[in-house]
Design a protein. Sequence first.
Length: 272
Amino acid sequence: MTTRVAIVGGTGKLGGIIREVVEREDGYEVVATLSSRSELAELDGADLVIDASTPAVSIDVVRAAVERGLNVLVGTSGWSAERIALVRPLVEAAGTGAVFIPNFSLGSVIGSALAAAAAPFFPSIEIVEAHRESKIDSPSGTAVRTAELIAAARSDVGPVESPHVDQRARGQQVASVPIHSLRRPGVMARQETILAGPGESLTLTHDTIEPALAYGPGIRLALAAAREARGVIVGLDSFLDIGIRRPGSKPADAQPIDEGGVPGQVARATGA
């Protein structure tokens, strides 16, 4: 049975990548490609909505999908835990599914998981993220998700040490973690998570080099999950077992998925 897909923001960069992936997948058909300014009535006739619009429009897209009893896959940035909490009751009441993916890159997801695993062992943690100058939101959804995972991993040891956060130059605090956002030409997407303790530091860096190659495997995983989802799911790590355990965490129920390598991106860890 073919799943009819409507893509909001399908005329943008991320939306175009998603559309190409969906069109190549068996069992899916793109029946509507909307811009961020399109009338959401165009969602009628779809079985699944994919949102790659803008932060200002995204919440309306999610609500419109839920009102129609449709599952929705959200790739738009700007969805913090607090914002997701606003739509969770609507999704649960409708009996539909909403999958929020801050980053479709598997390397980025692994980097965030590594940061969370290391977080309890370092008292000082900060995030520096850089994107192209046209990105309209900051901090990035990936940085917000990383900070939230770090805070959850530090529930037993408390918030990170971040002095002088009353000064604007110290970045924006998310879940006690300072985030510094750079918006400049010549960069696609880059995130550094810097963890420091007495006498040492650990830096986890992820660079997106070619988005279409980097995002494709994650989009396919998220697409399959979104079609069957019930309730709210956040992050690729929710249905992908990457084999990284945080202290005290329970093994995930999901089985490892072999994607045959993840091209288009670079991830590395450095110690100093």
